[in-house]
Design a protein around this ligand. Structure first.
Ligand code: S3P
Length: 172
């Protein structure tokens, strides 16, 4: 295992299905750091699922909660945070992440993302839609923003361990 990470929080950003949560959890294990999934934090703060928050209160309300939860997680202690795909797209949340953490953009071709999310999907932005189309459109809009993260890592096909190794090398 690696030397424990002592820097700022590491924040994984990127599109739905790219593996932010799985990769983040394994990265945290390798660095001996706590792992936090921002979407789960939002769900427990609200006592509702992401889908329920979108349905009952709308996306702007969700984005606001997301920004507050991520702000609270930036308490200066080292950790690995997986964010929901839209967090880094929101101007205020992105500014917060860029200011207080090291952002890592995990990227993959929309085709690959669509394959991954197709298996089991509960995401409000994909419900009843063609995932490939939505993800292609979101990539076109969001990639220029994700690219503002200082570290870019391609999500490897196959075991997530390869991606974790690529991140460890990049932050080395
Ligand atoms: C969203 C991504 C989701 C979740 C919400 C909105 C987005 O997180 O936050 O459904 O705007 O891309 P994942 O990226 O973990 O699926």
């Amino acid at each position: 295992s690696q030397t424990p990470w002592t820097g700022r929080p590491l924040v994984l950003v990127g599109l739905m299905g790219v593996g932010k949560s799985t990769v983040g959890r394994r990265l945290a294990t390798r660095l001996d750091l706590p792992f936090v999934d921002a979407d789960h934090e939002i769900e427990s703060a609200a006592g509702l699922s992401i889908t329920e928050i979108f349905d009952r209160f709308g996306e702007p309300y969700f984005r606001d909660g997301e920004r507050r939860v991520i702000g609270r997680l930036m308490d200066g202690t080292p950790k690995v945070i997986a964010t929901g795909g839209g967090a880094f797209v929101n101007d205020e949340t992105r500014a917060l992440i860029l200011d207080q953490s090291t952002a890592i953009w995990l990227h993959a071709h929309p085709e690959i993302l669509a394959e991954r999310v197709r298996r089991r999907d509960t995401r409000p932005l994909l419900r009843g839609k063609d995932a490939r189309q939505v993800l292609t459109d979101l990539a076109a809009k969001r990639d220029p923003l994700y690219a503002m993260a200082p570290i870019h890592v391609a999500s490897q096909r196959g075991p997530h361990e390869a991606t974790v190794n690529a991140i460890l090398k990049a932050i080395g």
